[in-house]
Design a protein around this ligand. Structure first.
Ligand code: DC
Length: 225
């Protein structure tokens, strides 16, 4: 294996399995895992509490004052807003849309990308999000674009919400997912898109174990190259 730290960028739409797969892969490869969506969610929650999610001026002004910290407790990522652990609160459905809205503001992206690059510096890292291969880690050792059909993604998100004790009807989850994909793909600033040199992996017909095995194979090939 190379001595230089490696970095793996995983991008794709909501519910493609990015965080579950990235977490498992990070364990296998003994790397740090950074869920960048959690950072946009924390800021989305901050703006929701201010009642100004859709006020681009207020969003841009607030991103310079907000204090967002990522900590690892027993190997699990926790996200702090000011001193408050908001790791659970950011998973509420209304925060998903708020995160998507604030993430379209260019000033927000500049600050988040800088924070993400600083957190990753000097570590073997696996990061997931929407612009990791294109903006955050343009020189990543491996870039993956992870996809799955909207129906499969909605099904998985329902299961995840149920396990977290926050069940939602399938139809609502699917509708929200399609809306959010549209918003994330059509924004002007760093829209969700595959980097030119990304490997596409469709997980629709793969189990979690099969997805992780495929990603590990791709990762080891890239790291050892
Ligand atoms: O991955 P997620 O569903 O937790 O992300 C929440 C929102 O944050 C998503 O709708 C778009 C935005 N996001 C982004 O713009 N760039 C990233 N690197 C990660 C997330």
């Amino acid at each position: 294996m190379s001595v230089k730290p490696f970095s793996i960028a995983i991008d794709g739409p909501a519910g493609a399995g990015k965080s579950t797969i990235a977490k498992a892969l990070a364990k296998e490869l003994n790397a740090m895992y950074l869920d960048t969506g959690a950072m946009y969610r924390a800021f989305g929650l901050y703006m929701l509490r201010k009642g100004a999610v859709n006020d681009a001026k207020a969003v841009a002004a607030s991103v310079v004052e907000v204090e967002i910290n990522v900590e690892y407790i027993d190997g699990t990522q926790h996200i702090f807003l000011g001193g408050e652990d908001v790791s659970r609160a950011i998973r509420e459905p209304e925060v998903s849309m708020a995160a998507s809205a604030v993430s379209a503001v260019p000033e927000v992206r500049v600050r988040m990308v800088a924070l993400q690059q600083k957190i990753a510096e000097g570590h073997d890292v696996i990061m997931d999000g929407r612009d990791i291969g294109t903006k955050v880690l343009p020189n990543a050792t491996l870039k993956i674009f992870l996809t799955a059909s909207p129906e499969e993604r909605a099904k998985r998100r329902c299961k995840e919400l149920e396990e977290k004790g926050m069940p939602q009807p399938y139809e609502d989850v699917l509708k929200e997912m399609v809306e959010r994909d549209y918003q994330d793909t059509h924004r002007a600033a760093s829209p969700l898109q595959a980097a030119e040199d990304a490997v596409r992996v469709d997980t629709s017909a793969l189990t979690l174990e099969q997805s992780v095995a495929e990603m590990k194979r791709l990762a080891l090939k890239a790291i050892e190259a």
